[in-house]
Every structure is written in structure tokens, then in C-alpha cells.
Design a binder for this molecule. Structure first.
Ligand code: NAD
Length: 246
């Protein structure tokens, strides 16, 4: 049985990806931020995956911390016997205009969204190289492709993920490991619940499909990129935004 590790899987897009990959037959490693609230939510996600007939366990780690990521990858490998798919999904926003943003707001978003991808890919790729196969999907954003006012930190982190995805894909392609990214537009999750109606309607006007995205619409593309159906796709960033920018 193949194993998939999803970071930040206690809610939102990560939760949906975990359940979708369980449906596809992966054993699931549900990463959650080390807090009681996230642990309880992650346990419910793992339980939902088990109900689909696969193994599922929860793993606490703050993905901005290098050592915690290395320990988690080792624990997942020890628990399930392999690590075949990794989804670097965990992310945060600390939005405000560039001139108002504190250094702390900038650094926190870079650490959680961007450095985490290095923290996770390094140990995971080592495992995948030994296995001689593996697939990774990194969570970028349309903000990393086109920019977004109030998100200089977030846009920087997501643009970097696109560059990291291409670089890792080039480094490990010969080892039968594929690395891709997805760039969602506005998807209905707790992260976007906090946007004001004015912010939402400004984005809405630009969406060709005239609706916001559902978490399932991200999970299905991630599942495709991790599957053999995408066996000749690597280094790519797939935009999933209902036609936000063209
Ligand atoms: P969310 O806030 O609902 O979920 C984020 C998850 O990441 C949570 O489970 C949270 O606990 C976890 N997390 C945060 N910091 C962490 C840390 N240091 N260590 C481990 N876990 C941590 O957000 P979401 O909308 O589901 O977003 C998921 C991903 O998709 C993020 O990377 C986000 O940037 C990206 N994204 C979302 C949208 C959208 O419209 N919702 C659009 C583009 C990209």
C-alpha cells in the first residue's frame, strides 16, 4: 500500500486532500500543527480516512521547524514502511500593505509557507530516492503567479515555491521522483472566511467561472498529479482558479 503525507491536514484544503487520497487507496499520514485544537481536528480527519478502509495516523509537527519535519518524515516511514507521496499544503496568511507590514509578519509567513517546503522535501526526497520512486505536490497560489495587494509576504512565499518545485523536479527527475505544484485561486476554506465581502466581491468579478472554488476541486488535481495518470508531468504549476487571470 502506498503512503501519502499531507501537511496542515487538520482542516480546509489539506483535510480534503487527505480524504480524497484515502479514497484513492493511499494510507494517510495526517500532519497537524502541535496544538490541542489541531490535534483533535486531525484525529477526526484520520478517523474519516480509516472509515474509507485505509490506515491513517496523525503526526504533530510545526513545518516551519527543520528538525520537527525530519523527525516526522522518519516517523511516517517507520509507521507505514514507505513514503510515496508528499503534499506540502500547510500555510498561513498575515496580510497587510507592504508599508504597514512588520518584519515579524513577513518572516512568519516565509517560514511557514516557504521554508517548510525545503524542510519537508529534503528528508522526504531522501526516502524517495532510496525507494526509487515518489511524487510531491507543493501548494502555491495565484498570488505567487500574479501578485496580490496586501500579500507581499504570501506572494513571495508562493512564488518561491514555484521556483523550488522546478528546481527539485530537475534535481530528482532522473531518480523517478516527480515534483509539481498547484496554484489555487479563491477557495472556500477557513483561510478565506476572514476576507471581507468587499475583498471577496473584487476577486469574484475577475473569475471567468463566476464562482469561488471548492476544496474538492483542488484535491482532485492533487490526486491526479500524484497518480500514474500524471507519470510524464513534472516541474509544473497547475493554476486552479476558475480563470482568475488569463
Ligand atoms: P487553512 O487555514 O484552512 O488550513 C491551513 C492548515 O495549515 C491548517 O490545518 C493549519 O493548522 C496548518 N498549519 C498552519 N501553520 C502550520 C505549521 N506551522 N505547521 C503545520 N501546520 C500548519 O487554509 P487552506 O485554505 O486550507 O490553505 C491550505 C493551503 O492552500 C495553504 O498553503 C494556502 O496558502 C493554500 N491556498 C489556499 C487558497 C484558498 O483560497 N483557500 C488559495 C491559494 C492557496
Amino acid at each position: 500500500m502506498a503512503t501519502a503525507l499531507i501537511t496542515g491536514a487538520s482542516q480546509g484544503i489539506g483535510e480534503c486532500i487527505a480524504k480524497r487520497l484515502a479514497k484513492d487507496g493511499f494510507d494517510i499520514a495526517v500532519n497537524h500543527y502541535p496544538s490541542d485544537g489541531d490535534k483533535a481536528k486531525a484525529e477526526a480527519v484520520a478517523e474519516a480516512c480509516r472509515a474509507l478502509g485505509v490506515k491513517a495516523e496523525i503526526f504533530a509537527a510545526d513545518v516551519s521547524k527543520f528538525d520537527q519535519c525530519a523527525d516526522m518524515v522518519k516517523e511516517v516511514k517507520d509507521t507505514f514502511g514507505s513514503l510515496d507521496a508528499l503534499v506540502n499544503n500547510a500555510g498561513i496568511t498575515k496580510d497587510t500593505l507592504l508599508t504597514l507590514m512588520s518584519e515579524e509578519q513577513y518572516d512568519q509567513v516565509i517560514a511557514v509557507n516557504q521554508k517548510s517546503v525545503f524542510n519537508m522535501m529534503k528528508p522526504a526526497i531522501k526516502v524517495m530516492m532510496k525507494q526509487k520512486h515518489g511524487a510531491i505536490v507543493n501548494m502555491a497560489s495565484v498570488a505567487g503567479l500574479y501578485g496580490n495587494p496586501g500579500q507581499i509576504n504570501y506572494a513571495a512565499s508562493k512564488a518561491a515555491i514555484i521556483g523550488m518545485t522546478m528546481t527539485a523536479a530537475k534535481e530528482v527527475g532522473a531518480r523517478n521522483i516527480r515534483v509539481n505544484a498547484v496554484a489555487p485561486g479563491l477557495i472556500k476554506t477557513p483561510m478565506t472566511d476572514v476576507l471581507t465581502d468587499e475583498q471577496k466581491s473584487k476577486i469574484f468579478e475577475r473569475i471567468a467561472l463566476k464562482r469561488f472554488g471548492e476544496v474538492e476541486e483542488i484535491a482532485s488535481v492533487v490526486a491526479f498529479l500524484l497518480s500514474d495518470s500524471a507519470s510524464y508531468i513534472t516541474g509544473q504549476t497547475i493554476e486552479i482558479s476558475g480563470g482568475l487571470e488569463m
